[in-house]
Design a protein around this ligand. Structure first.
Ligand code: ADP
Length: 350
């Protein structure tokens, strides 16, 4: 079975009709073994867009940036970001975009260093750009052209002059981002999620080793967000993918490593599961009346408040059992996030 799968995979690089061939392979393998199907589907795409890369690491050291208006957007940021999906989580204004743009060589830092493998990012900008895919928070699209035509046009600009090779690449990227069925539609008719997926497709054109995606799911409905997650989740195997977001679920669903930043500083970094351990046995929950909220905030370290069936449910952080009707719960990533933001903001205001 393994040899068959390898043989089939090798064929994929020479076929002209990506779609037909993929379906044929996948269906055959799906019947034989579901796991091989998934593996084949993934590796298939990687072969087609030549995405096999060496493991690289992005190392950021003491990076700082103060804007001319005095805002300290980055303050001694140090992060180690390995191959895989990395979630950079922080509230609006935390400094995420400043950091993303600096890594993408679009703006200068005041001090510090960024290394990507052997590349000194702040000095070797052209070298970095050759291996970079960047999806900014906002990007413009030509509305009166189809996804297929625009992707093909970008591929020409990237110097892929062989028509057959270009067609294969464009088809593979349209499949990868689940846009193949709507490839002939003009982009102006695309939903927000489809536009974001198109952004990913064009960011992948140069087969990047480092992919930066800045706040991609803001404004997407849950269905579109899920589709976007599915596209992103396939990318982390051979690439350093940095996903900047203020949405905790983005990180929970996708990322093997993460950091929380707030007010230009790293509050915490590590693996989500290990990070969750730090709150084990310390998060308590209680449903209260609306009028009691301020009282609880004065007496407890309230890290989050949500409405449940119209009533506020609060989560508090406490090293010992507070009694008073509180129940111990398993901490969630959201609790980690809010407790870090809470601590960080309190430290600043004291
Ligand atoms: P985030 O992406 O996490 O929302 P940003 O990096 O956009 O954060 O912004 C960090 C801080 O820097 C904010 O206080 C923002 O107002 C400020 N800022 C961002 N860009 C500029 C700029 N070009 N000039 C001055 N201040 C800026």
């Amino acid at each position: 079975m393994h040899n068959g799968y390898k043989g089939l995979n090798a064929h994929l690089t020479v076929t002209n009709n990506v779609c037909t061939y993929q379906n044929c392979v996948c269906h055959t393998l799906q019947r034989v073994c579901h796991n091989y199907f998934l593996k084949a589907k993934k590796e298939h795409m990687f072969v087609l867009i030549n995405q096999k890369t060496d493991n690289m690491e992005l190392i950021i050291n003491n990076l700082s940036k103060t804007y001319s208006n005095g805002v300290k957007a980055l303050q001694n940021i140090s992060l180690e970001i390995p191959t895989g999906m990395f979630g950079l989580l922080g509230p609006n204004g935390a400094g995420k975009s400043t950091l993303m743009r600096t890594i993408a060589t679009l703006q200068e830092a005041d001090q510090g260093s960024i290394k990507f493998g052997a590349i000194d990012v702040l000095k070797q900008k052209n070298e970095l750009r050759q291996v970079l895919g960047y999806l900014p928070q906002q990007f413009g699209l030509y509305p009166k052209i189809s996804a297929e035509a625009l992707l093909n046009h970008f591929a020409v600009l990237k110097g892929i002059s062989n028509r057959g090779e270009r067609k294969n690449l464009v088809n593979a990227l349209l499949h990868k981002t689940n846009l193949y069925d709507v490839r002939k539609q003009n982009l102006k008719g695309y939903s927000g999620g489809m536009k974001q997926r198109f952004g990913i497709a064009q960011a992948l054109l140069n087969n990047p080793k480092l992919l930066i995606v800045d706040e991609p799911t803001a404004g997407l409905d849950p269905l579109e967000r899920n589709r976007f997650y599915n596209v992103l989740s396939e990318l982390g195997e051979h690439t350093v993918v940095i996903l900047s977001t203020h949405i905790v679920d983005d990180v929970k669903e996708l990322c093997t490593n993460m950091a929380i930043i707030n007010q230009g500083q790293v509050c915490l970094q590590g693996k989500p599961l290990q990070i969750l351990e730090t709150l084990k046995g310390r998060v308590y929950k209680k449903t209260i009346e609306k009028t009691e909220l301020n009282n609880y905030k004065e007496n407890y370290q309230v890290i989050s408040e949500k409405l449940f069936l119209g009533k506020p449910t609060i989560h508090i952080l406490s090293d010992k059992n507070p009694g008073d009707g509180f129940a111990l719960i398993d901490a969630e990533l959201e609790d980690v996030y809010f407790s870090e933001i809470f601590n960080n903001s309190n430290l600043k205001s004291n």
